[in-house]
Write a protein of this length. Structure first.
Length: 233
């Protein structure tokens, strides 16, 4: 389990450009992010076309997940980084949210992004969930056969405010970010819906993942739009 010091936060940024030429920004953004002050952990992620993991990629839309030493470091990044300046001036649409880490288990590329942080107990209200998995090559076909029914279920899930599938590396390293009405909505999807429960059983029984991470957050201070609206407002 994780937590946070009183100041450590995470953030999630979803940026959509007008054309697939936005791919060029990814290579240039990486060295800038490595030098960003107070940035403890980050991943630039491509996004899928649906609301969950899928084989199709949306080359115009990209995401950044980040963990910051303190809120001031995020503020400094948003104020001074050329990456944030491009989001403001060149993106067709952008949305971002600040996140208080509540709980986590697993690892991301051999590392716990929240290592050494103090556990917090989330209260009521909206919940953000980040999942990430490194899929074993021998399990790829089975994994992607399981995606469509879960994706369909997610779209019509009453308590799901928004969700998106993402990836670091085509097909094999996948992630999702989702927003929920409350913790009960997350539990209902995870354990009560048959399609999702069946996938979880298959994952455990057949060892689909070489590595996985599940993290839960309390989202706050959202800004911008995601597909035309702010799902937290």
């Amino acid at each position: 389990m994780i937590a946070t010091t009183t100041s450590t936060i995470a953030s999630f940024h979803l940026i959509r450009y007008d054309s697939a030429r936005a791919m060029k920004h990814v290579a240039f953004d990486r060295p800038l992010l490595r030098r960003a002050g107070g940035l403890l952990f980050w991943r630039l992620l491509g996004t899928g076309r649906g609301s969950a993991m899928s084989l199709g990629a949306d080359l115009r839309r990209w995401a950044l997940f980040a963990v910051w030493r303190g809120e001031g470091d995020l503020e400094e990044f948003l104020r001074t980084s050329p990456i944030a300046a491009r989001w403001r001036t060149q993106a067709a649409e952008s949305w971002q949210v600040r996140l208080t880490p509540v709980a986590s288990h697993g690892a991301w590329s051999g590392r716990d992004p929240f290592d050494g942080l103090i556990t917090r107990h989330g209260g009521g209200g909206p919940v953000a969930v980040l999942t990430r998995a490194s899929i074993r090559p021998s399990r790829l076909v089975a994994f992607y056969r399981s995606v469509p029914p879960v994706d369909e279920l997610l779209v019509r899930q009453d308590g799901c405010l928004a969700s998106i599938g993402m990836g670091e590396w085509p097909l094999v390293r996948q992630a999702t970010f989702s927003l929920w009405h409350d913790r009960e909505a997350v539990r209902a999807f995870a354990y009560q819906e048959e399609a999702h429960r069946r996938v979880i059983e298959q994952v455990r029984a057949h060892d689909w993942y070489a590595e996985e991470l599940f993290a839960r957050f309390t989202p706050y201070a959202s800004e911008g739009t995601w597909d035309g609206t702010d799902p937290l407002r």
